[in-house]
Design a protein around this ligand. Structure first.
Ligand SMILES: Cc1ncc(COP(=O)(O)O)c(C=O)c1O
Length: 394
């Protein structure tokens, strides 16, 4: 095993993916220009035009109306606005329940927890199956415990750790049978799957720039007409008073350009990534036969670029550091809380035990991934796992 491979291999596109050249060019051009889109003078009106054209471009990509696109600082803010804002707008007497899956991203999970701990909400956690899926019947059973008590349902489109694609339109339809608004976090889905807001039936949908080749720090909450969250941020009244704050014209333009480039060859790219991902899974299992692929089997219930394994007898952090020493970047499922690595809440919700959850790694592919990346991983993973096992046994 080489101590440092000659080239670096990036298998962490679900954390952030390189900016697309078209987005870098658009952003660079815009950074050199002046104008607050809210200003009435010529420079302001020019910036406003850029923002509105970008809004139209994004609306087209996600099959929404331009007026439905509310710009935010990213996925975390859009999730907070959806969950807190819709809860506040709908809270009424005993209507205090928020239904969400136990496998959500922390931006949703912790917003719901906060509403329950600090405010007067009641969090209802929807169980997931062994693949990380939320079944429509699970949602129906939870709602039927008290439809009139339920303020909001939030279930992500695709899971950021194990890549499970949820039956979003079925879930939205169940929520709507009871007149309950449905939010979905489509941050991971938007880079690799067609995300059609209108067809999904969702009332609110989160996307972010940096997972699809745009910059970090910009995203959007897409809100169906008539869905009006109470704002989280107050100030200048931008974005129909739903999200105050000066609009970041360069980032918004780059986000829209990246989304449009991404949408152009989405299907071919999904096929390419699926083939690469299937090869990655095959090669890893050939070298480490007792590794367990977490999440759905390779197929259409799984994000094309996602492969997530548990390696029995290993510590995920040790694996990550050993791979990093070989020039390979990936991610563990665990989150570091106050310096202590916590096992992934997603794997625990799927029924994994603490040990399996701690010994896991996510490899995620994206638009710059190639066969050489997969082969480089396959060349070292066997020895890396052996070393991690020896270290764990000591
Ligand atoms: C599913 C999901 N939601 C939300 C976020 C947060 O998005 P952002 O980094 O733009 O705040 C992420 C980022 O990892 C994510 O994967």
């Amino acid at each position: 095993m080489s101590s440092q491979s000659s080239r670096s291999v990036y298998l962490d596109h679900a954390a952030t993916t390189p900016m697309r050249p078209e987005a870098i060019a658009a952003m660079t051009e815009e950074l050199a220009r002046l104008g607050n889109p809210s200003s009435l003078h010529t420079a302001g009106r020019r910036a406003r035009r850029v923002v509105e054209e970008s809004r139209e471009q994004l609306a087209e990509v996600f099959s929404a109306r331009p007026s439905e696109v509310i710009f935010t600082s990213g996925g975390t803010e859009a999730d907070n606005l959806a969950v807190k804002g819709l809860y506040w707008a709908r809270r009424d007497g005993s209507r205090r329940r928020v239904l969400t899956s136990a496998a959500e991203h922390h931006a949703v999970l912790d917003s719901v927890r906060w509403l329950a701990e600090i405010q007067d909400a009641e969090a209802v956690w929807l169980g997931v199956d062994a693949d990380g899926g939320v079944r429509p019947e699970t949602l129906r059973a939870a709602i039927s415990q008290g439809p009139e008590l339920t303020a909001l349902v939030s279930v992500m489109w695709a899971n950021n750790e194990v890549g499970t694609i949820q039956p979003v339109s079925e879930l939205a339809a169940v929520a709507h049978e009871y007149g309950i608004p449905f939010h979905t976090d489509a941050v991971q889905a938007a880079a690799q799957l067609p995300v059609d807001f209108a067809a999904s039936g969702a009332d609110a949908l989160t996307v972010t720039g940096h997972k699809l080749g745009g910059p970090v720090g910009v995203g959007a909450l897409i809100l169906a007409r008539g869905t009006e969250p109470i704002p989280v941020l107050h100030g200048g009244g931008q974005e129909r008073d739903i999200r105050s704050g000066t609009l970041d014209t360069p980032a918004i333009r780059a986000f829209a350009v990246a989304a449009a480039v991404c949408a152009q060859n989405l299907q071919d790219e999904a096929k390419r990534l699926t083939a690469l991902r299937d090869d990655l899974v095959r090669q890893v299992l050939a070298v480490v036969p007792d590794a367990v692929l977490n999440g759905p089997p390779t197929g259409d219930r799984r994000l094309p670029g996602n492969a997530h394994f548990s390696f029995p007898g290993c510590d995920g952090d040790a694996l990550l550091m050993l791979l990093d020493a070989n020039g390979i970047a990936c991610s563990t499922g665990s989150a570091c809380t106050a310096g202590v690595a916590e096992p992934s809440h997603v794997l625990l919700a799927m029924g994994a035990d603490d040990v399996r959850a701690r010994g896991s790694l996510r490899f995620s592919l994206g638009h710059t991934s190639c066969q050489g990346d997969v082969d480089a991983l396959a060349a070292v993973i066997g020895e890396v796992v052996d070393r991690a096992r020896r270290a764990a046994a000591r």
